[in-house]
Design a protein around this ligand. Structure first.
Ligand SMILES: [Zn+2]
Length: 570
């Protein structure tokens, strides 16, 4: 490809609208352009990268016995109502009506459509295991699209679905996919870690995410420095230490004039935060919820949502709290009625806590659970934090930011049961099919690769997903020998099926080198009057500082060898 003909011009200035490195560099390299929030066009260079990622993913899915098919974007909303997941996805689901007023959805994922298809094509246990996948456009109406390709509303995704007859079969399919995913990230030179994850709106039991560690990542990963424990903060647990405590004492009402926050109350009464109960109010599917948690901990809203099995959860307003007869700042679970009380299990870690008295400027000392009040639900709903102790080994937990580049779910039978996808076993009995699903967002993987591989000059593409292998860079092309050599080399390399981006422009060496660095093509080949004096050209890896001269006779063979070797090791 000649740069003079390439669609899309590089930009020198840093775009103000870009909030991550990958977003900045993709815009400056003219690889993508935003059409509307969270919706992007790919220009030729960006599209070449996406296609390479797609091919790697396809090869690994095929190697793992996946069969590729294609499912529609437009889906009848009834299918989503059948599984009940229209509610779980809520406003994330793009819906529309056709001319007959029939309700349709733009697929955010395809469990319903594929299960419906499998229902009519699978009858017996002979048909399993079955692995079906597609590489297709998905739509999710994200509330906050951000980070360029990191969180978008329209994106290309590989989604594979596994169908087995039992849990053991599911485990096998699941492990096969985990391995295929590791192969994909290895081939893209992307170091990932596997973390325990929350299933969210997809549903199901076990779930894992592949994370790339990056400061710009919006996921928080909690990990143990002593053992293997690694989990998304949505899911992560930690040890809630028992607090040194005495025998339960009688309740005692105390004056706390003007004291409302845990901070104020504990310093006023001279008790540590972990000897207090904090009240937090939410509205879950329209109903007020009273949450009680130890004063030193924070509520994990994902866990709370899972415990409540609700679809919508938000903080309650002060007006909603007051309206329910509760005194904000002195709210108490004691004597409360008509409101669901959900407690974190930390309230059982000691005795004689301080809690609100539900009277202005008054608190209660020596509150004991379950002596003084009953929670309707008690569970772990606390955030695990860096510094807490590991639930597996007691070691110290740390945290990091990450970008999720793959998500796997053991769905089990909840969708096949709802949609009536059954098989007949050896003895003629009918059972729901056991399902798993496995997704990779291609654009996000591309962005994560840039977050991992860049410097202050631009992108440094891993060879396997680079838009081109070689940046052919003649300097002073007005010199007839330079341009003639470059043209011949371009023809020779292209004839060898090497992917060459030929900078045939009449630009200064500075401009050409800057663009070569920005675009991140792995190998730069420079031809100048000076190299030609030695009958040579200069080659340099984008990732390295040193360059070397290679004679004109050897250059084609040398580049072929370097790229073949690089493709093997990457
Ligand atoms: Zn540990």
């Amino acid at each position: 490809m000649r740069i003079s003909k390439l669609f899309g011009k590089t930009r020198r200035e840093i775009p103000t609208e870009a909030d991550t490195i990958s977003h900045q560099l993709l815009l400056r390299a003219s690889m993508i352009r935003q059409v509307v929030a969270g919706v992007y066009s790919y220009l030729p260079l960006g599209w070449r990268v996406l296609k390479k990622i797609e091919n790697i993913i396809r090869e690994e899915m095929d190697n793992a016995d996946g069969q590729e098919l294609m499912l529609p974007v437009l889906q009848p909303l009834e299918l989503w109502q059948e599984s009940g997941r229209d509610l779980a996805f809520g406003e994330g689901l793009f819906t529309l009506r056709d001319r007959r007023q029939r309700k349709l959805a733009l697929g955010p994922t395809h469990e319903e459509v594929i299960t419906e298809l499998v229902r009519y094509n699978v009858q017996s246990y002979h048909d399993s295991p079955l692995l079906l996948y597609q590489i297709q456009t998905k739509f999710r109406d994200e509330p906050r699209p951000r980070g360029g390709l990191i969180r978008v509303r329209e994106f290309t995704m590989k989604d594979l679905y596994s169908f087995d007859t039992d849990e053991e079969g599911l485990d096998q399919s699941y492990n096969k996919m985990l391995q295929a995913y590791r192969n994909i990230y290895d081939r893209c030179s992307l170091p990932t870690i596997l973390v325990e994850a929350d299933s969210g709106a997809i549903g199901g039991k076990d779930s894992h995410e592949f994370m790339v560690i990056a400061d710009s990542g919006e996921d928080e990963i909690i990990y143990c420095s002593n053992c293997e424990y690694t989990a998304n903060t949505d899911k992560a647990q930690s040890v809630k230490d028992k607090i040194e405590d005495g025998e339960p004492l009688p309740l005692e009402e105390v004056e706390t004039p003007g004291m409302a926050t845990i901070e104020e109350v504990s310093s006023f009464l001279k008790v540590p935060h972990n000897r207090t109960f904090k009240a937090v109010f939410y509205v879950a599917d329209g109903k007020l919820i009273f949450v009680v948690i130890r004063g030193d901990l924070e509520v994990n809203e994902v866990k709370l949502k899972n415990v409540l099995e609700c679809t919508e959860l938000r903080m309650a307003t002060e007006a909603e709290v007051t309206e329910a007869g509760i005194v904000p700042g002195a709210a108490s679970p004691i004597g409360i009625s008509g409101i669901k009380v959900v407690a974190d299990d930390s309230i059982t870690t000691g005795t004689n806590f301080v809690a609100g008295a539900n009277k202005p400027d008054k608190h209660l000392k020596n509150v004991n659970y379950p002596r003084d009040f009953k929670a309707d639900l008690i569970n772990d709903i606390a955030k695990a934090r860096a510094g807490d102790r590991c639930p597996k080994c007691g070691g110290k937990l740390s945290s990091n930011h990450g970008i999720e580049v793959g998500h796997t779910f053991k769905l089990g039978t909840f969708i096949s049961q709802k949609l009536g996808a059954f098989f007949i076993d050896q003895s003629g009995q009918s059972h729901p099919i056991v399902m798993g699903c496995y997704g990779i967002g291609l654009g996000r993987l591309l962005a994560a690769a840039i977050e991992q591989n860049h410097d202050d000059k631009g992108i440094i593409w891993p060879l396997a997903i680079a838009p081109f292998h070689i940046y052919l860079c003649p300097l002073y092309p007005e010199n007839p020998q330079v341009i003639a050599t470059a043209e011949k080399l371009y023809a020779d390399l292209t004839a060898e099926d090497l992917e060459v981006l030929f900078d045939d422009r009449n630009e200064s060496p500075g401009v050409k080198f800057n663009d070569a660095d920005l675009l991140g093509i792995p190998l730069r080949v420079t031809i100048s009057p000076r190299t030609l004096e030695k009958n040579s050209v200069e080659i340099k890896w984008r990732s390295e500082k040193e360059s070397q001269l290679v004679s004109l006779e050897e250059i084609v063979a040398k580049l072929k060898e370097l790229i073949a070797r690089g493709a093997k090791t990457s």
